[in-house]
Design a protein around this ligand. Structure first.
Ligand code: NDP
Length: 249
């Protein structure tokens, strides 16, 4: 599938969890579209690999080691990131799956801290650092279809991702008058390192539940994110776009 070509020249974008998976593709596509991109991610090794893979864009790329659950780490990144953020993509996320009866307090806490409180921490730290002169400020939060429909074994993840949708809608109401749009993307089953590690028969079974009969590519999510971040989406605010191949129909 050919990707739509967007132009983000002179725009500054922050992508959390951008060193790998969906976030990496989002960061790459913004760079290809001319943006300055700051990748905030947890693992130094993954950041080094991402930096090397994106070396042709080094003049417009910054990589910062950040733990979105740690407010001091987030505050320090907000001080050192490129000035005048235009677009924030809150993408960093983890899973710690277990049935509700077996889920530990630690598994609950770590997913809520990363997938929900992490977005609060990052967005709060950057709010005053957005490009104040711009009427094209964008926040795109990565939720999940699980946040809309729930999923066996994902009490923590579903609660966090549903919370992301509540936060998205609230921010869209509060920040619309300040030149922001705030939207969410809810991916379905997407091919990443996490899903690649699953047995082929499980993947086959998962794909058969998707009406288009395939798992999503990271670029399927990146394209939705780019659209919501673009000028074309200026009147889309407070919405959730499911990108799931019809899984939830
Ligand atoms: P990956 O694990 O491939 O990438 C997530 C990135 O976020 C990793 O580089 C990870 O670093 C980083 N990260 C994790 N915790 C933190 C933290 N505390 N601070 C900073 N960075 C952190 O995941 P995906 O690309 O698959 O997922 C991206 C987003 O999409 C997530 O929010 C996920 O919930 C969502 N999503 C994914 C789906 C899928 O099928 N893949 C489906 C629905 C939603 P490290 O690996 O070092 O921990």
């Amino acid at each position: 599938m050919a990707d739509v070509k967007f132009d983000f020249t002179n725009k500054t974008v922050i992508v959390t969890g951008g060193a790998q998976g969906i976030g990496f593709t989002i960061a790459r596509q913004f760079l290809e579209a001319g943006a300055k991109v700051s990748i905030w991610d947890y693992s130094e090794k993954a950041l080094e690999t991402a930096k090397s893979e994106l070396s042709s864009f080094s003049a417009r790329l910054q990589t910062l080691q950040v733990d979105v659950t740690d407010r001091a780490s987030v505050a320090s990144a907000a001080q050192t990131t490129f000035p005048n953020t235009d677009i924030l993509i809150n993408n960093a996320g983890i899973t710690r799956d277990k049935s509700f009866a077996k889920m530990s307090d630690q598994e609950w806490d770590s997913v809520i801290n990363t997938n929900l409180t992490g977005l609060f921490n990052v967005t709060k730290s950057l709010l005053e650092k957005f490009n104040s002169g711009s009427n094209h400020k964008r926040i795109v939060n990565i939720s999940s279809v699980v946040g809309l429909f729930g999923n066996f074994g994902q009490t923590n993840y579903a609660a966090a991702k549903a919370g992301v949708i509540g936060m998205t809608r609230t921010w869209s109401k509060e920040l619309g008058r300040k030149g922001f749009t705030v939207n969410a993307v809810a991916p379905g089953f997407i091919k990443t390192a996490m899903t690649n590690a699953m047995p082929p028969e499980v993947l086959q079974q998962m794909s058969s539940k998707v009406s288009v009969q395939r798992m999503g590519e990271t670029s399927d999510i990146a394209q939705a994110v780019m659209f919501l971040s673009s000028e074309s989406a200026a009147y889309i605010n407070g919405t959730v776009i499911s990108v799931d191949g019809g899984l939830t129909i």
